[in-house]
Design a protein around this ligand. Structure first.
Ligand code: FE2
Length: 202
């Protein structure tokens, strides 16, 4: 069973005006499809074939560049589509809201720290909100397609929210204005999904 490009739960234009349809289409049908194809080619015929993507990343040989880049790219984009929604935005409720206040004092402070991590990641990469096994939350950024599931990467823990800050995620609409894209992203965050990931953290 090889990895498959996931279908989106919304149309390419559903996140406008925050993320434009052309960017979404290229990002999903070209970039994510590319990571998916290259991951399948990298694991085919190896001991990794048939393993879950989580297991592959958690036990990754960081010197295996093909699996590191494409396995990370496959997983990260799955998460990215999942944590966005045309009905998103606002603030989280319940357990996640409490955890954010415990770890960052307030939602506003969390937003500032997460935005800063995303804005200051040099070059291509991601910013993450991760749940640790004790229920605390941490923020970090990682280069390229690395993510905190990989051994020794970033803040560790289980990623419950991630923002892609590669230029391919925003350049058509925002050009070099990465902070504007980060600010817009908050209008499409699907907090129900982020909360579900928080409650199911492994
Ligand atoms: Fe991307």
């Amino acid at each position: 069973m090889s990895f498959e490009l996931p279908k989106l739960n919304y149309s390419y234009d559903a996140l406008e005006p925050y993320i434009d349809a052309r960017t979404m289409e290229i990002h999903h049908s070209k970039h994510h499809q590319g990571y998916t194809n290259n991951l399948n080619a990298a694991v085919e015929g190896t001991e990794l074939e048939g393993n879950s993507i989580e297991s592959i990343l958690q036990n990754l040989d960081m010197n295996n560049k093909a699996v590191r880049n494409n396995g990370g790219g496959f997983y990260n984009h799955n998460l990215y589509w999942e944590v966005m929604s045309p009905n998103g935005g606002g603030k989280p409720n319940g357990e996640l809201a409490k955890a954010i206040e415990t770890s960052f004092d307030s939602f506003e402070n969390f937003k500032e720290l997460f935005s800063k991590a995303a804005a200051t990641q040099f070059g291509s990469g991601w910013a993450w909100l991760c749940a640790q096994t004790d229920g605390s939350l941490t923020i970090c950024s990682t280069p390229n397609q690395d993510n905190p599931l990989m051994p020794g990467v970033g803040c560790g823990g289980f990623p419950i929210l991630g923002i892609d800050v590669w230029e391919h995620a925003y350049y058509l609409n925002y050009q070099n204005k990465r902070p504007d894209y980060i600010s817009a992203f908050f209008n499409v965050i699907n907090w129900d999904v982020v909360t579900k990931r928080f409650l199911e953290r492994k």
